[in-house]
Ligand binder design. Sequence first.
Ligand code: SAM
Length: 216
Amino acid sequence: MIGPNFQEMRRLMVEGQLKGRGVSDEKVLAAFSKVPRERFVPEDYQQNAYDDYPIPIGNNQTISQPYMVALMTECLALKGEERILEIGTGSGYQMAILAEIAGEVYSVERIEELAKYAETVLSSIGYENCRIKVGDGTLGWEENSPYDGIIVTAGAPNVPKSLIEQLKDGGRLVIPVGGGFSQVLTVVEKKGKSITSRDICGCVFVPLIGKEGWSD
Ligand code: SAM
């Protein structure tokens, strides 16, 4: 029996879901054309890996819709070589996309089982510029700060102060902010003492649970 043609599914996803909706950053499109998303979803969902919606990854968590991952990555406006922090490793897919574009990628995940699985998949593919830590990502990962960019892949009630503190001057923080059921994708920029933020679009994420997020 012939298996699914993931390469072709990936190409169609990039053309239709990303380019078709206005994602135009060549680095982002190249990363999506390369990363094997089917490796980051549970075996039962491999056929659906390139579908236009989030997929369950266990522990009541999801791998986000490809378009949302692309939009958030594009919002960071990466040039390459940056040091990036992700909060919410989940499957590790967003991390792989970032690892294709940036210099170093750090990620914090509160659920140990997910962190371990993501680490295994990322190293089996050969990513050497990724480090994952189990913990409360609302507090960031101070040891490696400051970061050129921070991306939060869970919905927060407010922008965590610790994350703004760990952002480099001139850096960007991309985060869904709002209620428990829907949020607004927000880009926060730090320039000297000035912190500005702009809204991108509505979105729906699982909650960011932690000291500077929602309570468990
Ligand atoms: N970026 C992931 C991917 O590419 O598969 C998807 C992330 S999923 C939508 C959100 C993740 O955020 C979940 O794995 C959840 O456990 C995690 N999370 C929620 N609150 C967190 C916190 N305070 N610190 C770290 N991870 C957190």
